[in-house]
Design a protein around this ligand. Sequence first.
Ligand SMILES: CC1=C(CCC(=O)O)c2cc3nc(cc4[nH]c(cc5[nH]c(cc1n2)c(C)c5CCC(=O)O)c(CCC(=O)O)c4C)C(CCC(=O)O)=C3C
Ligand SMILES: [Fe+2]
Length: 309
Amino acid sequence: MTSPAHTSAPYDALLLLSFGGPEGPEDVLPFLENVTRGRNIPRERLEEVGEHYYLFGGVSPINQQCRDLKAAIEADFAAHAVELPVYWGNRNWTPYLADTVRQMRADGIRRAAAFVTSAYSGYSTNDQYLEDIERAREEVPDAPVIDKLPVYCDRPGFLEPFADAAQDALNRLPEDARLVFTAHSVPLDQPNRELYVAELETAARTVASKAAPGKPWDLVYQSRSGPPTQPWLEPQITDHLEKLSGEGVRAVAVVPIGFVSDHMEVKFDLDVEAAERAAELGVAFARAATPGNDPRFAALPRHLLADAT
Ligand SMILES: CC1=C(CCC(=O)O)c2cc3nc(cc4[nH]c(cc5[nH]c(cc1n2)c(C)c5CCC(=O)O)c(CCC(=O)O)c4C)C(CCC(=O)O)=C3C
Ligand SMILES: [Fe+2]
């Protein structure tokens, strides 16, 4: 395989690594069992989250988003003469990472760089993906080396699409709208939680200063699971909407800074649950788009590869 030394050596493939999601009603329960195995998530929470998926025909948007992102990365590579094949594997659903690694091995890949669909440090957002890589490699004899590319929450390719999207959401609302950033909550005792929060704050501050200099903003959390007795990052977005409404705020632009695409946490927890709460409170609500397959975001793997070599 030929690849320009300045952009991709010593790698001979890019691996797109994601979370995975169900693609039909019969996938929902086995998927949820995969996600929560050994993680102390109450049965009621699982049933509730199952309903979120059934509301969308049992299909999570995340897999199609990965297919689209993979195509966008391939287009970016082609436009810049980077001749690396792009593979895709997931933690919790097909294509399972171990199967992808097996295919890479069969294709003669020796050393791959992994681009994860999560931008931050922290256990759920980084460390757990490193564990996934090592577990998958253990399943495949003579597996290729796989290096995770660095976290990219501070990169323009991630932040610029968010800044445009935040501006767009604000443009749909009255002048005095509040800017609210949201990310997935995690348990307070999760390893590297402080780093996750610090990076979220920096990303939110950067996007706010680009999209709406001087406007007040907040960082809140969503999609909490786990038993009610276990403390997680707060406040939750729904509680925060109530607080803002009590303070007289009449419009809110919500920026899902903790996510890279419009998957179920965005489509349900924000577009359905938080939007309904805002409507009940009489607060106008606009949700900013995520990077998805924005060409600037799809160029990130190439930029990270160039830095890595
Ligand atoms: C920080 C973080 C991200 C962002 C980083 C990243 O993007 O990776 C993220 C993403 C996602 N989380 C997802 C789905 C789920 N997460 C769950 C459970 C949990 N998430 C956690 C954290 C995070 N999760 C945690 C600490 C748990 C508790 C159990 C555990 O410690 O593992 C559960 C169980 C049920 C429930 O919600 O309780 C589900 C179904 C999907 C797929 C969505 C789709 O299908 O479109 C995506 C992209
Ligand atoms: Fe999650």
